[in-house]
Design a protein around this ligand. Structure first.
Ligand code: HEM
Length: 515
């Protein structure tokens, strides 16, 4: 009896298995469709409009970033769907600057999303890649000290030295030059000096040595795209087999990594050198300040953090961002004869009346209101970070700008959208118009509050003082020294957004004033 029952049971199992096999080609797509429909309609975010693909897959975001035109894509999405757009199954993009202020403000428990974890180094996250707020806060407290404006001012001699090299190069190449390339080389060389008291030599050689800049940009391209689906990182960069493919050197710029390692090595043991590279030098570079921070609080800021922060500043955060901003400044100023003539006249008048030194200082640049307005306007209309800044809503949910959102929702904001808000910046917010900063003090203060070119809150850019110091010194100086003209005034600047908006094509005719 028992054996008959067992035989019949095994035969029905066989039938079931054979049926499953028979229907498998239909079953798998069916289950997938059910899963996708659940993602689209079963989510509490279903009431928010957005592209259909985005409601059930992150593929939409991935393809948008891969296009290199993310600022245009996200702007178009908000123009079509309104102030809150569902850009992925669990992600909303907000266009309102008020929402961005709340999202980025410190102490609300909004953490960075897994997007950031894709950026190297995975083994020792730096200030940018660290997604644990408490660990981030601990590290940032130490790293903030050397990045303060007072500390940065002491680095002025490093910047001045690099300025001399740039000027000598431009003096020797009067006529047609790619100003964008020179500004890019300048931004890198300043960082080499500031961080390690070492010249990378981009300006001297006038080329992208060892394809360093290209390697960094390729890495950013990868980070921006794979960051949309961070799980893919296990398949690629974090996959040991990936490293065996010789053509791929994602995230590893030999020149910069080697320089960082050498400089750290030379200063060991830290207890003895105090982080100084040269016992005679009276200049303190960034690495020395970071080592001092490490010596004071080795438990909060380990040796790995010293390396990660110094290396990250150069190989990721500080170079493309500053170069892109300077290129935007020149492109906007040069293509509008009215703006160019106003800013040049301000600089030359100040210079003639003895208000500018031969090498413009930070304090002097602050006394050039029209120049300051042009710089702000460049950072407003073309912020250097082109992809979204995103944060996670904590478990239990939270309100953003009056909208209740469930825990685990990712919320994104984008400077290219936020800075074009007509309520804050005016009906002509899409236009480059420096005057908007000079018309009314109250209005200018309000606009300032809603500028996100350096992010905000606890993740406000740590390098903003360095970038501002550098730009305030070199930009007016170039306007003072040279007559500059766009070769192709009607041609847009080529912009390829990876994480930063990497720009090219700033070709100009340059002539020394008075020559
Ligand atoms: C004009 C130049 C720059 C721009 C426009 C810029 C922009 C930004 C933005 C928007 C963020 C916030 C990103 C986010 O929350 O997802 C950020 C963060 C950061 N930036 Fe910059 N940056 C510039 C220059 C620099 C420089 C020169 C350095 C270092 C030398 C630097 C280092 C960092 C770091 C470490 C972070 C992470 C801060 C944190 O999460 O606490 N940046 N930057």
């Amino acid at each position: 009896m028992a054996s008959t029952a067992a035989a019949s049971e095994s035969s029905s199992t066989r039938i079931l298995v054979s049926k499953i096999y028979e229907y498998l080609p239909y079953l798998v797509p069916l289950l997938l469709i059910v899963h996708l429909i659940r993602r689209r309609y079963g989510s509490p975010l279903r009431k928010y409009p957005g592209p259909v693909l985005a409601s059930f897959s992150r593929l939409h975001s991935l393809l948008s970033v891969a296009s290199g035109k993310y600022p245009d894509r996200i702007t178009a999405l908000h123009a079509r769907y309104g102030p809150i757009v569902r850009i992925a199954p669990n992600e909303l993009s907000f266009s309102s600057p008020e929402a961005a202020r709340e999202l980025l403000s410190a102490g609300k428990g909004f953490h960075k999303t897994p997007f950031y974890s894709v950026f190297p180094p995975p083994e020792n996250p730096d200030i940018f890649t660290e997604t644990r707020e408490d660990v981030h806060a601990r590290k940032k407290r130490v790293a903030n000290v050397p990045y303060s404006m007072a500390a940065m001012q002491q680095l002025t001699p490093f910047i001045d030295e690099t300025i001399e090299v740039l000027l000598s190069k431009l003096n020797n190449s009067e006529g047609k030059v790619d100003l964008g390339d020179w500004l890019h080389f300048f931004a890198f060389d300043v960082l080499g000096e500031v961080a390690f008291s070492r010249k990378f030599g981009f300006l001297v050689q006038g080329v992208d040595i060892d394809d360093t800049i290209k390697t960094i940009d390729d890495s950013q391209w990868y980070n921006g795209i794979v960051g949309q689906v961070p799980e893919l990182n296990h398949l690629f960069r974090n996959n040991p087999l990936w490293k065996l493919v010789p053509a791929i050197k994602m995230g590893k710029s030999a020149l910069i990594t080697q320089m960082a390692l050498n400089e750290m090595g030379k200063r060991k043991p830290f207890e003895k050198s105090g982080g100084r590279t040269d016992m005679e030098a009276d200049r303190k570079d960034l690495l020395q300040s970071l080592i001092e921070g490490h010596l004071k609080s080795p438990d909060k800021f380990g040796e790995g953090d010293v390396f990660a922060v110094a290396h990250g500043a150069i190989s990721f955060a500080g170079s493309d961002s500053t170069a892109s901003t300077m290129q935007s400044f020149f492109w906007h100023v040069l293509r509008d004869p009215r703006v160019y003539s106003a800013v040049v006249s301000e600089v030359l008048t100040a210079s003639k009346s003895g208000k500018l030194s031969e090498r413009v200082t930070w304090a002097e640049a602050q006394q050039l209101p029209y120049f300051q307005a042009c710089l702000k306007e460049a950072m407003r209309t073309r912020p250097a970070v082109g992809v979204n800044i995103s944060r996670l809503i904590p478990q239990g949910g939270a309100e953003v700008n009056g909208t209740w959102l469930p825990g685990g929702t990712s919320v994104a904001v984008n400077g290219w959208v936020l800075h074009k808000d007509k309520r804050i910046f005016g009906e002509d917010a899409d236009d480059f118009k420096p005057e908007r900063w000079l018309e009314d003090e109250e209005k200018a203060k309000k606009m300032e509050r809603y500028m996100f070119q350096f992010g905000g809150g606890s993740h406000l850019c740590i390098g903003r003082n360095l970038a501002l110091l550098e730009m305030n010194k070199i930009l007016p100086l170039l306007l003072k020294e040279y007559d500059i003209e766009l070769i192709h005034p009607d041609r847009p600047l080529n912009a390829n957004t990876t994480f930063f908006v990497v720009q090219s094509g700033l070709e100009v005719l340059i002539k020394r004033r008075g020559s």
